[in-house]
Design a binder for this molecule. Structure first.
Ligand code: ALA
Length: 499
């Protein structure tokens, strides 16, 4: 049963006296969540969620929700609300870098913790592959009045191979070749990830003030979309409202779940929150509520502006404006999207190396994974490794497959966090909980069940890829982590903590 050995919570609490300063109120938390959450999901996946996913062969991979996309958004708001409450309880009890990885070490044991840490790579690094590809799509529409990027430098090979759009799929035939192999890379996506990696290595952090500006910009751009777009709604586009019935709403939700990823990151600010018992749930739920409301309104305007099938584009919001002849506005939307998504890239690209750091400190990854740069004091080795992995992925991968894999991995982490709350309530009922989930059994079980239900809406290929990912994780654990675990060996590695 050593496999399920748990880390005592005391070992997870910050060393030293006092810990961090409690400065954040619920308004700060709301701003943080809008900053981390609104990005590629609304700017890019909205199109596929409404129109569905179709293979190059014409085969429907998933059905779209059509105008009923707004129902998908509402359902997801509830699912994420339940999971968010569970995150808040664990984050307030175990305020440590590493997020769900750290919580599960204390609740479900080392083996599950490793699997979650491994799984979180899907949320953070693989998620960023998708965001970078979405970023490139908008970047292209932004610069297209002046610069033409050839198709073979805009679409990775796997994206073109999977695309149902004949113009994109056909690039495989027309792209230049090297020894017979078509050269197809998403150059802008590759470049933005490398640029952000460099910023992170030299120690750029997103400050609260920068985040507040970013949030203001995102909201302004989306408000512009709604105000101008609403004047171009044709109500005929709302019929039929749910062209694929509940199946479409369900599968659309599984796609657009991506838009909600990121609120879990704010639960890690529990230790810096004033009166977390009140402010944490308030901040998380109001943040989620605002994002849900924005998504519903943007979804209603987008599906009202043009027939939902036409939203299947890399840049659906800018595309809707172009179709309506609002070229200048479409440019402003693209500019806002480019900046917003770069900010999301920064947050996740910042988070991934810190999770690796936490895992290396526990001995589950080699000590070099936790090295800090002598001058910049950043975890440069893992930052660069993450950057190279994400940049190469962004250069070649298929964005839809990447969204699916990210969603399934993140939903699985949410599922385990919901279960973890219950396990800890049973095992350690007396432990001090700065924040307690109200009605914990229905909330946590409902959250876990709802996550599984959304996962069910993802295509079989995503499940297969997820299974393969978990098997690789399993092999790595038994060949390395199991024998090197600090907890099992009872020794501490010579690793400096992060500031
Ligand atoms: N929710 C984030 C986005 O939509 C990941 O980009």
């Amino acid at each position: 049963m050593q496999l399920f050995q748990r880390k005592p919570i005391a070992a997870l609490l910050p060393a030293g006296e006092g810990g961090m300063r409690r400065e954040l109120g619920w308004v700060d938390l709301v701003l943080l969540s809008i900053g981390a959450v609104i990005g590629a999901g609304i700017f890019a996946t909205l199109g596929t969620a409404a129109a569905g996913e179709v293979k190059a062969t014409g085969e429907v991979v998933r059905y779209g929700a059509g105008p009923a996309l707004i129902i998908s958004f509402l359902l997801l708001g509830v699912v994420c609300g339940l999971a968010a409450l569970c995150y808040a309880e664990l984050a307030a009890m175990i305020p440590q870098a590493g997020s769900a990885y750290a919580y599960s070490y204390a609740t479900l044991g080392e083996f599950v913790a490793w699997m979650i840490g491994w799984d979180l790579i899907l949320e953070y690094a693989v998620g960023n592959v998708a965001v970078a590809i979405a970023w490139a799509g908008y970047f292209e529409s932004l610069i297209s009045p002046w610069v033409h990027i050839p198709g073979w430098l805009m679409h990775g090979y796997f994206q073109a191979a999977a695309s149902g759009d004949p113009a994109v799929h056909g690039l495989i035939e027309t792209a230049p070749r090297l020894m017979g192999i078509p050269i197809m890379v998403n150059l802008p996506a590759f470049a933005i990830v490398m640029a952000i990696t460099w910023l992170l290595v030299i120690g750029v952090r997103e400050s609260a003030r920068a985040n507040a500006y970013m949030v203001a910009l995102k909201l302004a751009v989306l408000a512009l979309f709604v105000i101008v777009g609403a004047q171009h709604i044709d109500t005929a586009n709302y019929h039929p409202f749910a062209p694929n019935g509940f199946r479409g709403i369900h599968q659309g939700a599984a796609i657009v779940f991506f838009a909600y990823i990121g609120f879990d990151a704010i639960s890690t600010a529990a230790e810096e929150t004033k009166d977390p018992q009140r402010n944490m749930p308030k901040g998380i739920l109001i943040g989620l509520g605002i994002c849900t409301l924005i998504y519903v309104i943007v979804g209603a305007v987008a599906t009202g502006m043009l027939p939902y099938e036409q939203l299947r584009a890399a840049d659906p919001l800018a595309h809707a404006f172009e179709v309506a002849g609002l070229t200048r506005f479409s440019w402003i939307i693209a500019a806002g999207a480019v900046v917003s998504m770069a900010a999301v890239l920064l947050v996740f690209q910042y988070g991934q190396p810190r999770i690796f750091h936490a895992m290396a400190r526990d001995g589950l990854l080699p000590p070099w994974a936790a090295k800090l740069h002598p001058k910049y004091r950043t975890p440069h080795v893992t930052t660069i490794l993450t950057g190279v992995f994400v940049a190469i992925g962004a250069a070649f991968a298929d964005d839809q497959a990447t969204y699916n894999l990210t969603n399934i991995g993140t939903l699985f982490a949410f599922f385990l966090v919901c279960i973890g709350v219950l396990v800890l309530r049973v095992r350690e009922p007396e432990r001090h909980r700065p924040f307690r989930v109200p009605f914990v059994w229905p909330v946590a079980l409902g959250g876990a069940g709802a996550c599984l239900f959304v996962m069910k809406g993802l295509p079989i290929d995503a499940w297969k890829a997820f299974g393969i990912w978990l098997v690789i994780g399993l092999v790595l654990y038994f060949t390395y982590g199991y024998t090197h675990s600090v907890l099992r060996r009872g020794s501490a590695p010579p690793i400096a903590p992060l500031d």
